[in-house]
Design a protein around this ligand. Structure first.
Ligand code: SAM
Length: 281
């Protein structure tokens, strides 16, 4: 008997380890009328592994528009359909955006069945701040465009996350080193959930060295993460800036620095340098 109501289910599948699929995802995939898969042959293995016998239909970047129209007509007629991609969460650097967008515009129910996603898996184990992050997908393949893309992110305070192909990983890391500098921490997360899973977090200069000197690091599926530009002004520094700013409106710079230094017990030349920076803003 059918357990799913007429709707479009967006179902996350594993990113490597076949066990990383939820009980609910298996239930939905087993009971929908049809599964729209990025590559039906690729997904056959996963479906067979979990004893799912539902028929599949392809939906990939080249037929998405026309397939979406067909699938939405079927849902409107009462069928339930699941969308899966080759790995992880559909739409995350994978097809499905047009289908979901059209479904919502037509008032069709869209139900997410969450699960594995390489961005989140990498971020959660990277040791970099997960408080705020920006997922940038794949960087441009050519170096000039890639550097431009990275330059536009130079002052981004959030943790940056990229998908990268093993072929371009070294070149991308070298461009990151040029744009962000050697001290920024970065993480290489490769082959997540698989046998050769590797997660290395180091300052960019060291990470580039490690990767260049170990060919194994240049293989498999890869997520690169870079710490955001540090905007953390510690509380003491915030107080120093506040006092300096008040004084700079009233007295000359040198005097403002001297008074701030004696009020807050900090070194005069530190206060002086901060005052100079504030005045240049
Ligand atoms: N939809 C997928 C998701 O939710 O993560 C991503 C699909 S995207 C076409 C494929 C890219 O995701 C790979 O090139 C790699 O950058 C990253 N990726 C997928 N699986 C991975 C894994 N097991 N380990 C590291 N990166 C992975």
């Amino acid at each position: 008997m059918k357990d799913t109501t007429a709707a479009l289910y967006i179902v996350a599948t594993p990113i490597g380890n076949l066990a990383d699929i939820s009980a609910r995802a298996i239930e939905v995939l087993s009971s929908v009328d049809v599964i729209a898969a990025e590559d039906t042959r690729h997904s056959k293995y996963l479906l067979q592994h979990h004893g799912i016998e539902t028929s599949t239909i392809s939906l990939h970047e080249h037929n998405e528009q026309q397939r979406s129209e067909l699938l939405l007509t079927r849902i409107a007629a009462g069928e339930s359909i699941a969308l899966i991609s080759d790995a992880g969460t559909p739409l995350i650097s994978d097809p499905g955006y047009r289908l979901v967008n059209m479904a919502r515009e037509q008032g069709i129910k869209v139900i997410p069945i969450p699960g594995a996603c390489a961005v989140i898996a990498a971020l959660s184990a990277s040791g970099l701040s997960a408080e705020r992050f920006a997922f940038e997908g794949f960087l441009p393949p050519k170096s000039t465009a890639r550097r431009q893309a990275l330059q536009s992110l130079e002052n981004e305070p959030r943790t940056l996350i990229f998908y990268e192909s093993p072929k371009r990983m070294v070149a991308s890391l070298q461009d990151m080193l040029t744009v962000f500098g050697g001290e920024r921490k970065a993480c290489l997360a490769r082959e997540l959930t698989k046998m050769f899973e590797t997660i290395v977090t180091l300052p960019l200069a060291e990470l580039v060295d490690v990767v260049i000197n170990d060919a194994n690091h240049q293989k498999g599926e890869i997520v690169l993460l870079v710490e955001g530009q540090s905007t953390v002004v510690d509380r003491d520094e915030a107080e120093e800036v506040r006092v300096l700013q008040i004084l700079l409106d009233e007295v000359p710079l040198k005097q403002a620095a001297a008074i701030t230094a004696s009020i807050l017990g900090i070194k005069k030349n530190k206060a002086y340098e901060m005052a100079l920076k504030l005045q240049q803003k």
